[in-house]
Unconditional design. Structure first.
Length: 402
């Protein structure tokens, strides 16, 4: 559930600004600002901006995520539970600590694959999707099963990998062998060499657990819109490696079809996280869901928005791509369905922002007041967002008066 900041009554001697309706009921539902603010921190900045106008304005804070950064934090608001830490392998198989959320009352775990297999864990010289693995993500799944999880929700944004989910599967007992029967390391470079998938050692708990995967993209496994061509260059792949990984994923998809009887090549979302979306479907029988829709359901957003006068959402950048299942677009659609105005705030506003208006995003406000360096914008993001939120709410209140 979102955390509601209670309305405080009018105390003697305190002046409520005459230009603002202090009885407003506002929901703030930001996503993370990559590289500067978590969704929780962004929500706090927005609340502070609103309360600079009047502390009597009622604000409901609902940090959100579309399956990338901040999913565990957002689900902590929705589910409660306990943050646990596991020792896992990072994308280059170095030991790291990674958190996950476990709600014992519902036997539910929430896993953010970026905390174990994310690009942010690697310096530039170690970013190479032919050598990275999702092994640590599988180890997080195993840790959740060890605690008794029967339902696992996973966000798969921000990966450093393009291994088709081999690493995650290997952590739970799947083995991948070449044509000579030798085991292969679960990395992107092995995709085209897999001749057999050995299921004999698979953890039996997988058949008793359910998996839901929050995808923030709909890309297929292969081809010009697939995992390698679209995302691998961002993870350090050279043009030659991009082509090799795409061919490897195509081969891997055929082996999965033959040995597991699961077709993932054209599955929407299979290309997410370097093919982990498809791998989760093949090896864990997971459901792939639009991440923001899953999150909004879990935080009961559709019920809470009915009582709101205004919804504010936010993200580091908004542009024409935002409309494709990104968190602000999901929030705007939900607000529109409830006939509630919605404003977006962003660090960077790209071209064709008008494509968001039909979704329910009535206006988009950049938070930077003028020319500013990226370093300064990142460092000052909290204050910039707070001040921009204050002005957005003042504009909304002025419109209501007129």
């Amino acid at each position: 559930m979102g955390s509601r900041l209670p309305v405080s009554g009018n105390k003697p001697g305190r002046q409520i600004p005459a230009d603002v309706n202090h009885n407003l009921n506002i929901i703030v539902a930001p996503n993370a600002f990559k590289g500067s603010l978590t969704a929780d921190q962004a929500a706090l900045a927005m609340v502070r901006g609103i309360h600079k106008i009047s502390p009597d304005i009622c604000v409901t804070s609902i940090p959100v995520s579309d399956g990338g950064d901040g999913l565990v934090a957002a689900m902590t608001h929705a589910l409660g539970g306990q943050i646990l830490t596991a020792s896992v392998h990072d994308p280059r198989e170095r030991r790291v600590k990674a958190d996950f959320l476990f709600d014992e009352s519902g036997s539910t775990a929430v896993i953010e694959m970026a905390l174990a297999s994310g690009l942010a864990l690697l310096p530039g010289n170690l970013q190479d999707p032919t050598l990275t693995t999702t092994l640590g993500t599988g180890e997080l799944i195993r840790a959740a099963l060890d605690r008794g999880a029967a339902h696992i929700l996973m966000g798969i944004g921000g990966s450093a990998t393009c291994d088709g989910g081999m690493g995650a599967a290997a952590a739970l007992g799947y083995r991948f062998k070449d044509k000579n029967g030798r085991p292969l390391p679960p990395t992107g470079a092995s995709l085209g060499k897999v001749d057999k998938i050995d299921k004999s050692g698979v953890d039996p708990r997988l058949s008793r657990a359910s998996f839901s995967v929050a995808c923030d993209v709909t890309n297929p496994l292969t081809g010009p819109d697939g995992a390698s061509f679209v995302f691998s260059p961002q993870k350090g792949a050279t043009p030659g490696q991009v082509r090799d990984l795409d061919r490897g994923l195509a081969h891997f998809g055929r082996i999965i079809s033959r040995d597991l009887g699961v077709e993932i090549t054209d599955l929407e979302g299979a290309g997410a996280a370097g093919g982990l979306g498809g791998g989760m479907k093949a090896f864990f029988t997971a459901r792939l869901l639009p991440g923001i829709d899953m999150v909004l359901d879990l935080v009961d957003f559709h019920t809470q928005v009915k009582d709101a006068d205004l919804v504010l959402t936010a993200e580091g950048r908004m542009d024409s791509q935002t409309r494709f299942n990104k968190a602000p677009a999901g929030v705007a659609r939900a607000a529109k369905a409830a006939n509630v105005p919605c404003y977006g705030l962003c660090g960077s506003r790209g071209k064709h922002i008008r494509t968001l208006h039909p979704l329910g995003m009535d206006a988009v406000f950049p938070i930077c007041p003028g020319p500013i360096s990226l370093a300064s914008a990142l460092e000052e993001a909290f204050d910039l967002l707070s001040r921009a939120t204050e002005q957005a709410v003042r504009a909304f209140s002025a419109g209501r008066k007129s």
